[in-house]
Design a protein around this ligand. Sequence first.
Ligand code: 3PG
Length: 387
Amino acid sequence: VQKMTDLPLEGQRVLIREDLNVPIKHGRVSSDARLRAALPTIQAAAQAGAKVMLMSHLGRPTEGEPADEFSLAPVAERLTELLGHPVALIKDYLDTAPTLANGDVVLLENVRFNIGEKKDDEQLSKQYAALCDVFVMDAFGTAHRAQASTHGVARFAPQACAGPLLAQELEALKKALATPARPMTAIVGGSKVSTKLDVLTALSDKCDQLIVGGGIANTFIAAAGYNVGKSLYEADLIGQAKALMDKVAIPLPTDVVVATEFSESADAIVKPVDQVADDEMILDIGPETANHLASLLKNAGTILWNGPVGVFEIDQFGKGTEVLSLAIADSNAFSIAGGGDTLAAIDKYAIADRVSYISTGGGAFLEYVEGKQLPAVAALEAAAQRG
Ligand code: 3PG
C-alpha cells in the first residue's frame, strides 16, 4: 500500500482517519494514549505543509442524532494541548468544506453522527472523499470496521494511503506473528473462551506456549478434570478446550487464589488447584503458578499479550497479573500487547516503557491475530492496485 510518508503533502488537503475513540469523564479526556499515538502522524502532515483534517468516531451514538456526550470537543481540546497549536472542531463539514491554510489542523465532528457512516454508505463516502486530495488511513483501532470513514472513502479519494501509526502497528504485529523469535509465548486472558475462541485457535498454531488466564483459564481447569466451584467458566466449551490442549502446550495453574465472593473486601485464599471447594471461585493464579509462568516469559523470544490473568482491578486478586507484567517487562523478548484491560494493567503496574510495542487496537488487534483481513487495510490495497 501507499504510505503517507512517501507522498508530497505541501498545500494538499489531507483527510486523516484516526481512532480518537478515547474515554471521556466529566467532559475531559481521561486516557489520552490513543491521542499521543496519533500525534507523530498529525505533526508529520502539518510540518509537511498539508491542510490537515482529522476525523474519528467516538463511542456508539445513534446516527443522525448528534448528542453532546459523544462530541469530539474534549478531544479537540486535548489535541490542542498536545500539539501546542489550536485544533478547531468543525461540525458542518458535509455542507461546507473547511477553509484551511498550509499546516493548519482541524478535527471533524464525530463521523458516527453522519447517517450512513456505519453501513459504509457510498454517498457519504463520496462526500468525505470530496473534502480531500489525499486520504490517510491511520486508525488501526478501527481498521476492522468497514465503514464510510475507514473503508468507503478510500474507494473514492483521489489518493489513499496508510499513515505512519497504521504502518507501525501492522509491522509490529507482523514481527510478532509472521516471523516470531522463538520460543513464542502468548497470554490470553479475559472472562470467556467463547469470545476468544478464534484467537486461541489461531495462536495454538503459532505459539510454543499458550498461557490462559481469568475465566478462560477456569474452563481449561475444568477440562483438566478439576472442580472449579462457583468460578466463572463455560461448561459447553470444555470439548474445545481439550482440543486446544492437544494442539499446544497450555500450562495450567497448579495453585490458584480463591474467595467465596467477588468483592473488594473478599478474603483471598491461596490453594492447590485440586482443592477448590464448591462455594469458592477462582479469581487469580497462585504464586507458584505465577513464578513458573514468569520464568517462561523471561525465556521467551516473542510475547503476545491480550488479557489479564486475574481480577487485577481488586488488589488481592492482582498479584498474578502483576508478576506476569513484571516478567514481561524484564524479558528480552519482543513483546506486544493489545486490548483495553491489558493496557489498564500495563498502566497499573507501570511497565509501559518496558513493553516493546503497545497496540492502540482492541477488537482490531484480536482480528489481526485471528488472521482476519482488516477491511480498511484491504481498501488501501485496492486503492494501490487502482494506482
Ligand atoms: C475500539 O475502541 O475498539 C475502536 O475504537 C472501535 O470501536 P467500535 O467497537 O465502537 O467500532
